[in-house]
Design a protein around this ligand. Sequence first.
Ligand code: F6R
Length: 369
Amino acid sequence: EKAGYDYFMLKEIVEQPKAVADTLLGRVGADGTLSLDEMRLAPAELREIGKIVIIACGTSYHAGLIAKYAIEHWCRIPCEVEVASEFRYRDPILDRQTLVIAISQSGESMDTLMAVRHAREQQARVLAICNVNGSTIPRESDGVLYTHAGPEVGVAATKTFLTQLVACYLIGLYLAQVRNLKFGDEVTAVISQLATMSEQVERVLDTVGPVRELARSLSGAETVLFLGRHVGYPVALEGALKLKELAYMHAEAFAAGELKHGPIALIEDGLPVVVVVPSPQGRSVLHDKIVSNIQEIRARGARTIVIAEEGDEAVRPFADELIEIPAVPTLLQPVVATVPLQVFACELALAKGNDVDQPRNLAKSVTVE
Ligand code: F6R
């Protein structure tokens, strides 16, 4: 039941710290060793993998885009991401050394299921990331890693997205461990950071009050643009998707570097633009670049809504609205950066009087192609 909330979505957003902790539960040893034996893919098989292809739809596809950054960085295995509905029609190159990761909350999306069947016919190994036990996609895959987010009733994916990210990180870090790559330094450090993500999400939820007010003030806007770089780009895509499906507003996300190749022409006085800023530590080149992007759009009249790490003083002078998130390793930032965007879209939709649990024209699982 809704446990005192008006909508399941509100409850599911608040449940995210627990969902994240539950997805990690029993999978991270005290010494940082990961145990994912339940995946049913033997370490010997995982050492043979030469390529990874991630297939998914909608929000699950955004989780896949983020997974690519993490997996390629930690494992040095080439990784492609594709929307499931496009996958089999282009005759993709697959073989026994290809690991296909199918991400599906429901485990029933027909596009993803058809892509899984195609991959298996081509001899690829298929690993599912799924939230619904015993659903069709995990049954038809070689292995499965379940996200333990609990049932999600709201049509818009929230807690299941965060747990998909956690599952993707676990797979990437596990692959790095079984392949003995960078084990002992970066991978171990990230595993201990991953173990604290539930608390970090809790901290974000404690501070999102002003995001609600901001969202209500924008209920008359016609368009909202979203910008990001690196893993912040898929986060921007997810922020835009949430706004479309819940608030029925035009919203679009761009890689911030693409602005000057066209989209900057859209910027006009008062246009709200949400910018997801990478951590200033470690990736300072990216950070500097996005700070100049924020200056560029602001000089053209945009109202800048900036999501940045707390203590990031460089963005402050150019942020009309600043939403601070905890400092975490860059690759894990989507787990905390997505939460204010969920709250933003949900609150804006409520201000417009929409039913956030049952947005028009949408179904929780899409069982047609
Ligand atoms: C967005 C949303 C959809 C689903 C998509 C895939 O909030 O919920 O975009 O992510 O339909 O569904 P699954 O993950 O069940 O395959």
